[in-house]
Design a protein around this ligand. Structure first.
Ligand code: GAR
Length: 203
């Protein structure tokens, strides 16, 4: 079985979309082995319980450094023999402890058409800038902030009268479809990475 770890810090709507597909056998045969969460009070923790996924909480404050914190997480990932690490609203920049170990097997979803609007509050940034098209990007994670090779993107027109709430809703609806699709490509071994070029064979 292809084994996935999801990292999340917040609401967990992407976590839920992935776990529901996995439970229905619709994630290319992959299973969600565990949730890694850095915030004990995050709603995603309850969602994991409801969906039958083991949740592991790691509090950065309990460790001397970000590296020590991530080394503990890596031990847990190794215990679960994780094939793919999926960041889904994990609001923390990773260090080389995880990035180097899981390079090419570590992906993120971001609520803009990268390289536009990296970092926090991408939806608010796009609205404030006044762009007429935004969207969603799934990309490999490297050491930068939302800079890794792009795997898939979906664009979304911004309508007149758009608000942060309406745009966030439209973005989340795209994310719920796009992320499970991309993860199932990985589970089926369809994704190749060569430098910055990502190719997907017969999706
Ligand atoms: C998602 O929209 C995701 O794209 C975004 O956080 C949200 C998490 O929602 N990620 C980032 O902004 C990463 N820089 P969720 O907890 O409901 O899945």
């Amino acid at each position: 079985v292809y084994r996935i770890a999801i990292f999340a810090s917040g609401e967990g709507s992407n976590f839920q979309a992935l776990a529901e597909r996995a439970n229905a056998g619709e994630l290319g045969g992959a299973e969600i082995a565990l949730l890694v969460c850095d915030k004990p009070s995050a709603p995603v923790v309850q969602r994991a319980e409801r969906l039958g996924v083991q949740a592991h909480l790691f509090k950065p404050k309990d460790y001397d450094s970000r590296e020590a914190y991530e080394r503990e997480i890596v031990h847990k990932l190794e215990e679960h023999r994780v094939d793919l690490v999926v960041l889904a609203g994990y609001m923390r920049l990773l260090t080389p402890v995880i990035v180097d170990k899981y390079r090419g097997r570590l992906i993120n979803i971001h609520p803009s058409l990268l390289p536009a609007f990296p970092g926090k509050d991408a939806i608010g940034q796009a609205l404030a800038y006044g762009v007429k098209v935004s969207g969603v990007t799934v990309h490999f994670v490297d050491e930068g902030m939302d800079t890794g090779p792009i795997i898939a993107q979906k664009a979304l027109p911004i309508v007149s009268g758009e608000t942060v709430d309406s745009l966030a809703q439209a973005i989340h609806a795209i994310e719920r479809e796009l992320y499970p699709q991309v993860v199932s490509w990985f589970a089926k071994g369809l994704v190749q990475l060569d430098g910055r070029q990502v190719t997907v064979s017969n999706p």
